[in-house]
Design a binder for this molecule. Sequence first.
Ligand code: SF4
Ligand code: SF4
Length: 272
Amino acid sequence: MNGTGILKGLGVTLKHFIQTYVDDIRYGGRKYLGMENFEVRQGLKAQGAFTVQYPDEKIAVPERFRFVPFLVVNEDDHPDAPGKDWCTSCGICAKVCPPQCIWIVRSEDPVTKRPVPEPEAFFIDIDICMNCGYCAEFCPFDAIKMDHDYELADFDRTGTHIHDKPKLSKPYEYYYNIAPTTAAEEAQARGGWEHPDVIKAKKKSGEPVMEQPWFMLRAEDPEARARAEAERAAKAAAAAESTVSEADIAAERQARRAEALARHRAWAAKKN
Ligand code: SF4
Ligand code: SF4
């Protein structure tokens, strides 16, 4: 029948209109009180219409929300490498970025001029960034993540909208707080809470990896940092006292390589 669609649409509007007031009555005067009520009323289970009085009120963004990227760094009081960048300046994020708004300068050793796996400079032009999240998805070191801070409007975009390394760098604790589930999934996949290279090195040397992120360990045990430093100093002293020379270490490494090569050749010969 002609007009049925219009009536149905009006019915939906009327339902929302009534539900808005029913919900107001149900909450009484508490509808604006407390973050809990506020978030329920803005969530999927909410009934009726509800207006958020932004910027006085803000609703929490979902964990997977993505705004411009930031770089993960160790906390300033991290026992192993305070303030260290997780980024190794491999350049993958810059390659995959569709609008090409990432620019990285790799560090180099001032004496040997050999590349050092950390960025000397890192820039993202946030006016060009389209918040696609490819950089975060492709980074093999979990070093670049999408931020939740969306209030970046400015009168002077030329001076403030090209984010440099100090502006981009945020401690792991910040990342964990905005995306705890993803951070935990990633840590499980990496095999620990630290940088993938640190985990690999620790596993190789038989050192235990951190069972919790550093900021949690520090909160639970304020002495943890002093202990970690003492352990590291003891290890350094033992290494200094060691009679094994650099040449011995190189020879042992060479022998292990030769063994591995022989094993590989034997395996290849058997296969053929
Ligand atoms: S952020 Fe990740 S992908 Fe980009 S350069 Fe650093 S380590 Fe490589
Ligand atoms: S979010 Fe997308 S556009 Fe923005 S820097 Fe990352 S890859 Fe580039």
